[in-house]
Design a protein around this ligand. Structure first.
Ligand code: GDP
Ligand code: GDP
Length: 444
């Protein structure tokens, strides 16, 4: 029982994959992930749901940000791709810039290269579609982009991908950047997220009032995102990427994708997310997707139902049923009903934020955790499966922000039993407002 549990660092560097449509970004993402998760669509412009993935190479973990779902039919494509690259730069520690070496550097590629050079971020230039030795010359031609060595790869067949990943990992920062207060010393970082038109900018205006302070969060660059310091409940809070909230991109095709990219980037830097929902309308797929993004990113979560001034009794009843039916996964999240328009109950956000952050950072001492689990397992043992009955022998909370538990077991605990353990942990210890992770170490 002396197995070491590696404590998981909260800070994981981010690598963004940028480039024109069809250069092979998602094929590359698939390659890096081992084809586990990302989806390659041959149909241009198909919106992909997920943009952030957990990846690892040579013992380093990083978050891979796929900017590939871009709609190439969007108006002003060059401008849009530049904007997408800006998001990549702002959100990532390292940028992988993918160019189709069979096509060569286009004007758009040149524009992106210029932006990347100015950003000061480490850039790895990927010369893709080098499927064989005869393509090497095409790759070498990309030295012209003045971004250093082009890494000749075939995302499709895997050629050169090992060297490429070595270069990516070598470019990852060792330590969190300045702006990342791991111990929460600085103002709390809040991401205000939600689908278009739910009232994010209205709420921001209500909260920030006149005396907001605009902070350029990315030192050394002139691009987004811009954060704002907002005083709530007598304390300073840092609202992440408020420039993205205020800039309206609703009209363009691909806007939803762009919004989810920004959301992922904001969550990456936030400690807690307020997911704003328009309570006057039925809960939408996109609301649920954004909530999932927060949970998957491991951030504390507050649900805020806006436009409460528009609700009549009937809608309130229907909403409660929608919440019961569709938000069962996040029953632990504190909920506030607000009206950004009138300011009604907006002040209650502070308590919800505090509650969620407290749960996110809570740690149960090992002794207490094990006496709790001992009683739980004695009273509710795991069902017998195939003549065996897995037992939890010992557990520890390996990490906080969010809480992660490691259960040392004598066999595989089925998902329903793990959910049961999680529910009881929440009942006994709170953990309001935070996703939590239970993993197993099975001892044969
Ligand atoms: P994205 O729009 O940049 O994400 O590009 P995709 O990953 O969807 O790829 C666009 C097309 O290029 C697809 O048909 C891929 O199969 C193809 N492709 C991607 N990588 C390679 C490669 O290394 N070699 C070849 N020959 N084709 C590739
Ligand atoms: P965003 O796209 O999420 O930033 O949403 P906006 O803040 O631009 O708001 C979208 C629309 O909803 C605007 O017309 C707002 O005036 C309206 N709105 C925002 N909050 C409320 C609210 O609490 N009540 C009502 N009735 N309308 C609201």
């Amino acid at each position: 029982m002396s197995e070491q549990v590696a404590s998981v660092d909260v800070y994981t560097p981010t690598v963004a994959v940028v480039g024109r449509p069809n250069v092979g970004k998602s094929t590359l993402v698939n390659r890096i992930l081992g084809r586990r998760e990302a989806v390659v669509e041959d149909v241009p412009g198909v919106t992909r749901d997920r943009v952030a993935y957990d990846a690892a190479w040579a013992g380093r973990s990083f978050t891979l940000l796929d900017t590939g779902g871009w709609d190439p039919e969007a108006k002003g494509m060059a401008a849009r791709i530049t904007a997408q690259a800006e998001v990549g730069v702002a959100a990532a520690d390292v940028v992988m810039f993918v160019v189709d070496s069979t096509v060569g550097a286009t004007d758009t590629d040149e524009a992106v290269a210029k932006l990347l050079r100015r950003s000061g971020k480490p850039v790895i230039l990927v010369a893709n579609k080098v499927d064989g030795p005869s393509g090497e010359a095409d790759a070498a031609a990309l030295w012209n982009l003045a971004l250093g060595e082009p890494y000749a790869v075939s995302a499709l067949h895997g050629r050169g991908s090992g060297d490429l990943l070595d270069a990516v990992v070598a470019a990852l920062p060792e330590a969190p950047p300045e702006s990342f207060d791991v111990d929460g010393g600085g103002p709390r970082r809040v991401a205000l997220v939600g689908k278009p038109n739910v009232g994010k900018s209205s709420l921001l205006n209500k909260l920030a009032g006149e005396d907001r302070v605009v902070v350029d969060s990315v030192a050394g660059t002139t691009v987004d995102p811009i954060d704002e310091m907002v005083e709530l409940g007598g304390r300073e809070w840092r609202f992440i990427d408020t420039a993205g909230i205020r800039r309206r991109v609703h009209e363009a095709s691909g806007a939803e994708y762009f919004a989810s990219l920004r959301t992922a980037a904001a969550l990456e830097r936030a400690e807690v997310a307020v997911v704003l929902i328009d309570a006057s309308e039925p809960l939408a797929e996109q609301d649920l997707r954004i909530i999932s993004m927060v949970v998957d990113a491991g951030r504390a979560l507050v649900l805020a139902f806006n436009k409460w001034d528009l609700l009549d009794d009937e809608r309130r009843d229907v909403l409660e049923r929608e919440i019961d039916r569709q938000l069962g996964r996040v029953t632990w999240a504190p909920r506030v009903n607000v009206s950004a328009r009138t300011g009604w109950h907006v002040d209650r956000l502070v308590k919800a934020l505090d509650t969620a952050l407290e749960g996110w950072e809570q740690r149960i001492p090992t002794g207490k955790l094990n006496s709790f689990l001992g009683q739980l397992v004695a009273a509710h043992p795991h069902p017998v499966r195939g003549g065996k009955q897995p037992r939890i022998m010992f557990a520890t909370q390996a990490d906080t922000r969010p809480p992660r538990f490691v259960l040392f077991t004598t066999g595989f605990l089925e998902p329903s039993y793990r959910r049961f353990v999680e529910r009881r942990l929440r009942e006994d210890f709170g953990f309001e407002g935070t996703p939590m992770e239970l993993s197993m170490k099975i001892r044969e």
